[in-house]
Ligand binder design. Structure first.
Ligand code: IPE
Ligand code: IPE
Ligand code: MG
Ligand code: MG
Length: 321
């Protein structure tokens, strides 16, 4: 991400965000401190802080509050990943072992909780009650989505369901990033609505592309396991498109029904989906979300940050990681 042009619009502030996140463990239990430092040093694209900082600069937010907000958003994201990897039993993220690969579930859950608590504290330090309220609401939305996914069972396949799920798990946080920035900036409700819309649309696209990369990429590039969604019975957009044109596919039916799709069946299915038009169709849909997001910025005054946000939106489609 640091190689991307749009990143220049946030580059000078990002070290302050990193520092703010690291300083959230001063004086805590050494194990927790080590875990958080390990998580923070493992990289991550930092797209949410970049989005937050660039939007804030565009809207004239106070720098100190903006840095605090960006740190709050990224810590919330970090905590959801800790819990997500535990729930999914994923052993690798950002190319290194996850916490749950090294620690007990109890220690992993508690570390996630600790990071959530620190994220909440940072959000309070923005001194904006509306921003805090939205922040808390978003955490509830994400957890609701995760629980729904757990209880839904395998193979639930509808477009409607899919959109709800990717909103809850991913787009809600992008939307909250841009909306809370507007809440701490001297702007009108109209502007706030525009940047909210932008955050929502690119957040939806971001998760669609994540779901595509789960089929088309590999673990070395992504730093996390691939082909894992379908294995868990999770129906994503490429699968929905594939299903439309291959509803009789025996492997697909096996994968969606129960666990009677063995390793060879999964391999065949992943290859078939990769080679079908489903990937292109899913990309096309992600592009439409991005186009709507960019359109929401059209009425805003011209500025270098507005262009950076347009670049950022396009990066979401082109990204390999
Ligand atoms: C991963 O998010 C989880 C999703 C919402 C798809 P990122 O792809 O932003 O993960 P990092 O922070 O760069 O590792
Ligand atoms: C992100 O979705 C989960 C949350 C943000 C809670 P994914 O499950 O698709 O993320 P990855 O693919 O593991 O990064
Ligand atoms: Mg996951
Ligand atoms: Mg994924």
């Amino acid at each position: 991400l640091t190689g991307e042009l749009f990143f220049d619009a946030a580059r000078d502030l990002l070290p302050r965000v990193e520092e703010r996140m690291r300083s959230q463990t001063n004086g805590d239990q050494p194990g927790i401190r080590a875990a958080l430092l390990h998580l923070l040093s493992s990289g991550g694209k930092r797209i949410r802080p970049a989005l937050t900082l660039i939007t804030g600069r565009m809207l004239g937010a106070d720098t100190e509050r903006l840095v605090t907000l960006a740190a709050a958003i990224e810590l919330l994201h970090t905590a959801t990943l800790v819990h997500d990897d535990l729930i999914d039993g994923s052993l690798v993220r950002r190319g290194i072992p996850t916490l749950n690969a090294q620690w007990s579930s109890a220690a992993t859950v508690l570390t996630g909780d600790f990071i959530f608590a620190r994220a909440a504290k940072l959000s309070a330090e923005t001194n904006s009650v509306p921003a805090m309220r939205l922040f808390a609401e978003t955490l509830a939305t994400i957890v609701n989505g995760e629980i729904a996914q757990l209880f839904e069972g395998r193979g639930i396949a509808s477009r409607e369901h899919y959109y709800q799920r990717i909103y809850a798990k991913t787009a809600s946080l992008f939307e909250t990033a841009t909306t809370t920035v507007a809440m701490i900036s001297p702007v009108s409700d109209v502007i706030r609505e525009r940047v909210r819309c932008y955050g929502y649309e690119i957040g939806m696209a971001f998760q669609i592309v994540d779901d595509i990369l789960d089929f088309t990429s590999d673990q070395t590039t992504l730093g996390k396991p691939v082909a894992s969604d379908l294995r868990q019975g999770l129906v994503t957009l490429p699968v929905l498109y594939y299903q439309e044109s291959h509803s009789g596919d025996a492997d697909l039916q096996a994968a969606l029904r129960e666990s009677d799709c063995d390793e060879a069946c999964f391999q065949r299915l992943v290859t078939a989906i990769r080679q079908s038009g489903a990937i292109t169709q899913a990309f096309e849909e992600a592009r439409q979300f991005v186009a709507r997001g960019v359109a929401a910025l059209a009425e805003l005054p011209d500025s270098p940050e507005r262009w950076a946000l347009i670049d950022l939106a396009e990066y979401i489609i082109d990204r390999r990681l």
